[in-house]
Write a protein that binds this ligand. Structure first.
Ligand code: SF4
Length: 223
């Protein structure tokens, strides 16, 4: 039953939101890794600004960033917050890729999924979400990264356990969908979370999947 409801939710979200064009192609793995590190604990617009600053000052390659001065990386990353930690992580990760992985992530991304995930998570500052984003967007591996929107919306929709941790949510969602749909599930749940199922005041009355959502009555005060 949940599978059928899950399918209907995905079908409705596909009709409601447009998939961004970039999702049709594989993204540069190193750039994806750097953007995802910058995006930790900050809003998208701050990430975009910080990445734009970084791109203006440096080529986004392991070589350029491993050899960059830490304080220069820091000043580029200021809009994204936690810029000292993030600059340190970016420099360390770039150095490791340059020295131990021939300057790129190809050898890691060509490994089987679990091995590649483990190898990415050995980098400093790379947790499961960052690893999953790189694996999904840059290697088309079968995983669903769980960001704050995916976590919140999937729980409210009753697709994942209310108290589930990262791995529980990821695996529960994956068990409901075909791997060919994982990217769409990730992207569309984020759209749903940003535009409708907001953290504080979800817009249940305008929600495209309200009739499929067991939580809709919890926010009647917003109607
Ligand atoms: S009905 Fe409300 S709680 Fe359920 S998904 Fe829509 S906005 Fe979120």
């Amino acid at each position: 039953m949940t599978e059928r409801r899950a399918e209907k939710i995905l079908e409705t979200l596909r009709k409601t939101f447009t998939m961004p064009k970039w999702t049709n192609s594989k993204r540069d793995p190193f750039k994806t890794l750097i953007v995802t590190i910058i995006s930790q604990n900050t809003a998208d617009r701050n990430t975009a600004k910080a990445f734009e600053n970084l791109s203006k000052h440096f080529k986004i390659t392991p070589e350029a960033l491993a050899n960059a001065k830490t304080n220069q990386i820091e000043s580029c990353l200021k809009p994204a917050g936690l810029y000292r930690n993030k600059a340190k992580t970016i420099k360390q990760v770039s150095k490791i890729i340059l020295e131990k992985h021939h300057g790129n992530l190809e050898s890691i991304l060509s490994m089987p999924f679990e091995d590649a995930r483990r190898a990415l998570m050995e980098f400093p500052g790379v947790g499961p979400k960052t690893a999953d984003v790189v694996l999904l967007f840059s290697a088309k591996k079968p995983t669903i990264p769980v960001d704050t929107h995916v976590d919140r919306t999937s729980k409210r929709l009753g697709l994942t356990p209310a108290n589930g941790d990262y791995e529980t949510v990821r695996k529960s969602l994956q068990s409901l969908y075909d791997p060919k749909d994982y990217l769409a599930v990730h992207v569309l749940l984020i759209s749903q979370g940003r535009k409708c199922c907001k953290a504080r005041n979800p817009l249940c009355k305008q929600c495209p999947v309200d009739m499929l959502c067991p939580s809709r009555h919890l926010w009647d005060k917003n109607d």
